[in-house]
Ligand binder design. Structure first.
Ligand code: ACO
Length: 332
């Protein structure tokens, strides 16, 4: 079994800023309501011609550059997204855009848990010695799927992408443990479903022909679920890593709600100054949120080589998971 280290990170958001004040001109809401209930102040949203693959490629190029590699060094690309440009997947378009000619690329969908699930999936290929350099991306453009007349959801989401590059090692292992969970019985709490209309092709033969609806979320249910399950899954991932909460240097949760982040930290007994949050600036960027927060903390030199980082994602499915890793890069 090989070891695994994250050797680069990168992130990208669209240029277009949407503030709470802007939102209050669109729906019946206020800066005060949004900030006090969620911690969000602003978020970035893509223009209609901007693609998920463009955003993901921008983040990827930065991560590959920090890793000191070129796109042609990448063996595998896993793109976590629920909002591909193409229902058949967008990972190959990212591969094309960055020029990762040798890589195999595929999409993975686990909503806001997507980055954690993708990191864990990629780590299995690395551990088995199948792939050496792996690019893992979390990216979403949920603004495409929000009902802009529904104030209970449209104020929550922003667009963005984050990426990391992992490399295998014979001597060093910095990926310490993980735990992944899902529960399809809770699907109705949060979904974006395809609704089928019958299309009669001929007598006695009909198929479905429909479209996707906008995001549907029972906020309180998801809130309660997150506050209960996230501390639990982090504790399990720590146990698998032979560590305890005391060993965590940085906690990076999916940035869905500042109140969820605070409550999880309290339940874990973790000091506030170990919790990374950038929700005020970006809102909930779904699969993008954890790698964007990680990359920003790396950019601010908060995270130091040797630091133990716990990440945890949760969202539609319902899905949730946590991974524990040691930061291995000395980025100067
Ligand atoms: N502006 C003003 N008022 C609003 C707004 C708004 N944007 N949205 C709702 N309200 C009103 C409601 O209508 C309600 O009014 P009422 O009391 O007259 O009925 C009142 O505010 C309270 O609404 P609640 O839904 O009870 O508000 P709550 O405190 O639960 O906050 C929120 C809602 C922010 C959505 C919260 O429940 C939450 O964060 N849930 C978790 C969401 C989450 O974590 N999602 C993660 C996964 S995302 C993914 O996987 C894609």
């Amino acid at each position: 079994m090989k070891g695994l280290t994250i050797i680069g990170s990168g992130s990208a958001v669209p240029d277009q800023l949407l503030s709470n004040r802007d939102l209050s001109a669109i729906v019946d809401t206020s800066d005060e309501w949004i900030e006090s209930r969620t911690g969000m102040k602003e978020r970035y949203v893509s223009l209609s011609q901007e693609t998920l693959a463009q955003l993901a490629a921008k983040a990827s190029i930065k991560a590959i550059s920090m890793a000191g590699l070129t796109p042609e060094d990448i063996d595998l690309i896993v793109l976590a997204t629920s909002t591909p440009d193409d229902l058949f997947g967008s990972a190959c378009q990212v591969q094309r855009r960055i020029g990762a000619k040798r890589a195999v690329a595929f999409d993975l969908t686990a909503a806001c848990s997507g980055f954690v699930f993708a990191l864990v999936t990629a780590s299995q290929f690395v551990r088995q010695g199948v792939y050496h350099n792996v690019l893992i991306i979390g990216a979403d453009i949920l603004s495409r799927w929000v009902n802009w007349e529904d104030r209970t959801t449209c104020v929550l989401f922003g667009d963005g992408a984050g990426a990391v590059v992992c490399q295998s090692s014979e001597t060093e292992d910095n990926f310490l443990g993980f735990e992944l969970c899902s529960d399809g019985t809770l699907n109705s709490s949060l979904n974006l479903t395809y609704v089928s209309e019958p299309l009669n092709l001929m007598e006695n033969i009909s198929v479905g022909s429909g479209g996707y609806q906008s995001i549907n979320m029972k906020g309180k249910e998801v809130y309660r679920f997150a506050v209960e399950k996230v501390p639990e899954v982090i504790e399990k991932a720590l146990h698998r890593s032979n560590l305890t909460v005391k060993d965590i240097d940085w906690l990076i949760l999916h940035q869905a709600n500042q109140r969820i982040i605070d409550s999880v930290a309290v339940r874990l007994g973790l000091n506030k100054d170990k919790v990374i949050s950038n929700i005020a600036k970006y809102g909930n960027t779904s699969a993008g949120s954890i790698p964007i927060a990680l990359d920003e903390a790396v950019g601010q030199s908060l995270i130091k080589p040797g630091d133990v980082i716990a990440i945890s994602g949760f969202g539609a499915g319902l899905t949730w998971g946590a991974a524990i890793f040691r930061w291995g890069i000395n980025y100067g």
